[in-house]
Design a protein around this ligand. Structure first.
Ligand code: BEZ
Length: 239
């Protein structure tokens, strides 16, 4: 049977997978992903197109928050299927001309990947034909210091991302790793955390019977403890 040469292969990486490897040209030089980021967290995110309003509001917000992500040992890497010169012109326009919600003179310092052939976008399942055949959706991949995908969030083209949530997820993942806990619904640093992580119910039953004063059990399968915001940030954030 003759192979359809127009049919591009695509994949959908999953949580727990090793982040698919690629080399790419970016606004900050060439990168080899995830190899260049081993030892750090990295958020790889896609946007549909340069010179569009929702993406512009997102890039300005990411740029405003970049130092917060960096303090949590996390780098940002953006991607769209536009070319390098479009990226450069768009980022220059943002810096020189756009004032939005008190943000102005915003310089995007993190790399923005050019992906005209959609190689990376297809590898990461960022092209979702039901939404658009030629633009990436707003995907967010959290890759840990070992190069493992830990969280994936997808938004459609019309919906700008919530950056408080994007930061909250990073801190929650790091808190879970550092303190061997899980985080309940709507958790924010300073709220109680769940001990032990879901799935270790036998340990929770022991805890309940031992009446550990730091632990509050709602039932044998649902125990929480206090974890101070200061303790979390002291162990996670760079000085
Ligand atoms: C935007 O960023 O404004 C946008 C991009 C593609 C489709 C719809 C909106």
């Amino acid at each position: 049977m003759e192979e359809n040469k127009d049919l591009k292969s695509f994949s959908m990486p999953r949580i727990g997978d090793k982040a698919p490897e690629f080399r790419a040209v970016t606004t900050q030089g060439n990168i080899h992903f995830p190899n260049d980021y081993i030892g750090k967290w990295v958020i790889l995110f896609s946007h549909p197109a340069d010179f569009t309003p929702v993406c512009t509001s997102e890039f300005m917000t990411f740029s405003k928050m970049e130092s917060d992500f960096n303090k949590a040992n996390c780098d940002l890497v953006g991607l769209s299927v536009d070319g390098l010169y479009s990226h450069i012109a768009w980022l220059r326009t943002i810096k020189e001309k756009i004032q939005y919600k008190g943000m102005k003179d915003m310089e995007v310092k993190f790399p923005l990947i050019e992906d005209i052939k959609m190689d990376v976008a297809n590898k990461y399942g960022m092209i979702q034909p039901g939404e658009d055949n030629t633009k990436a959706v707003r995907a967010v991949f959290y890759v840990d210091p070992h190069g493992i995908i830990r969280t994936i969030i997808y938004y459609p083209l019309s919906l700008g991302r919530n950056f408080d949530e994007i930061y909250r997820v990073l801190i929650a993942l790091q808190t879970a790793d550092k303190f061997s806990v899980a985080t309940p619904a709507d958790w924010r640093p300073g709220d109680e955390v769940i001990v032990p992580p879901a799935g270790s119910c036998g340990v929770a039953k022991d805890r309940m019977e031992n009446e550990d004063e730091n632990v509050h059990c709602y039932d044998w399968f649902f125990c929480t403890k206090k974890l101070d915001k200061e303790e979390i940030f002291k162990s996670i954030l760079k000085k």
